[in-house]
Structures are given as structure tokens and as C-alpha cells.
Design a protein around this ligand. Structure first.
Ligand SMILES: [Mg+2]
Length: 206
């Protein structure tokens, strides 16, 4: 549980991760494998490409995804175009459906969001995947309450990219010293926060 008494002291902006932070991600990877068993090689190629994209920075989201889909196709019978279509029409919709049906929302993080709203603290969702609005809607979390909805890939990289973290602060008009990043992975969300000198709150489990 989040110790709400002190966590927002001196904080003017909060940057929230989405997957694993707004909802409990446990079991999702296995459910994805079961649901997408018929296209397991594509699923495996997505995971491998994601791992290989770490620490690569592109000028635009288009360049990032172009490289990502080419990596997914490397050494396989499908090409980057097929990988992109599969990602858009199969992979992301399957993940969104599972989030809506099977992954519980984290009440402590919802409470934190409500408190930020009450105190007039600016809020951003900073995801490592796309489809931010669709996922928030799947979780019945109103996207309108956030000042910024953004993903690292659309800014050309993955977490813990310092460039992306800095860009989030810029887009929010926030100072690092008074910003709290909230996430479920220290090596991603925590490292992104530290790269710009912001505070970090780790949330995990239920
Ligand atoms: Mg996460």
C-alpha cells in the first residue's frame, strides 16, 4: 500500500506508468500466451524485438516502430508490414481485452490519483506501450483527468530513456525536483526518474 501521508509532500507533478502500475499485471503474460497460442512465433518475436530496442533512441515514433517491426521480422517468414498489422490488429487488442476482463485495477494508485486531483497536482500517464487511451478506458479510468497522455515509443524510445523522461517534464511544464514518478519497475520507471533527478515511488504486488 502507498503511504499517502508523505508521498506527495512537496510534489507538484506526478508521472504515472500504466501497465503494472494502474492495474495488477500478474498473470497477463501467461494469458497472452494462451490467447495468442496460434501465433506464438509472432508473440515471441515481439518480446525479443522489445528487449533489443532498449537503449536505442530514434528521432520520431515512426522511426522507432519502423525499426521495431523490422526487428520482429528478422529471420522469419513474415515481413515488417505483416508484423505491424499483427501488432495493431491482434496483439494490442488482445492485451486491451485481457486488461478489461482479467487484470484488477490497483485501488491504492486510484486513490493517489484522486488525491492528486484534489490537491491540484498535475498528472501524466507515461507508458512504455501505445494505446494509452484504450487501456485507460478498459480500466474505467477517465483519460480526461490527466494533463498528459504519452508513451515512450511515440517519442522514439523505451524506458528508461532519459530523453523521453525529460520530454515528459517539458510537455507537462514540470520541474524534476518537484516531480514524482510512480511505477512498478525500478529498472525502467525508477531509472527514468533518476535520469532526470525526479523522485520515484515503486508500486508492486496488490
Ligand atoms: Mg509498468
Amino acid at each position: 500500500m502507498i503511504d499517502k501521508k508523505h508521498v506527495l509532500n512537496g510534489v507538484k507533478s506526478v508521472v504515472l506508468d500504466l501497465d503494472g502500475t494502474l492495474y495488477d499485471k500478474r498473470g497477463l503474460a501467461h494469458r497472452m500466451v494462451r490467447r495468442l497460442f496460434w501465433c506464438l512465433p509472432l508473440l515471441a518475436s515481439e518480446r525479443l524485438a522489445r528487449r533489443n530496442m532498449h537503449y536505442l533512441q530514434f528521432a520520431t515514433g515512426e522511426e522507432f516502430y519502423d525499426c521495431f517491426f523490422h526487428m520482429m521480422a528478422r529471420g522469419h517468414w513474415w515481413n515488417a508490414k505483416i508484423a505491424a498489422k499483427w501488432y495493431e490488429l491482434v496483439y494490442m487488442p488482445a492485451m486491451i481485452r485481457l486488461i478489461a476482463k482479467r487484470q484488477p485495477v490497483r485501488q491504492d494508485v486510484l486513490d493517489l490519483i484522486a488525491e492528486c486531483k484534489e490537491k491540484g497536482i498535475k498528472m501524466a500517464i507515461f507508458s512504455d506501450y501505445g494505446c494509452v487511451v484504450e487501456k485507460l478506458e478498459a480500466l474505467h479510468v477517465d483519460p480526461v483527468q490527466f494533463d498528459l497522455l504519452v508513451s515512450a515509443p511515440e517519442m522514439g524510445s523505451l524506458k528508461p530513456s532519459e530523453y523521453c523522461a525529460r520530454r515528459v517534464l517539458e510537455l507537462m511544464g514540470a520541474e524534476a525536483e518537484t516531480t514524482l514518478f510512480v511505477g512498478d519497475r525500478d529498472e525502467k520507471d525508477g531509472a527514468a526518474a533518476r535520469s532526470v533527478g525526479a523522485k520515484f515511488l515503486l508500486v508492486n504486488g496488490k
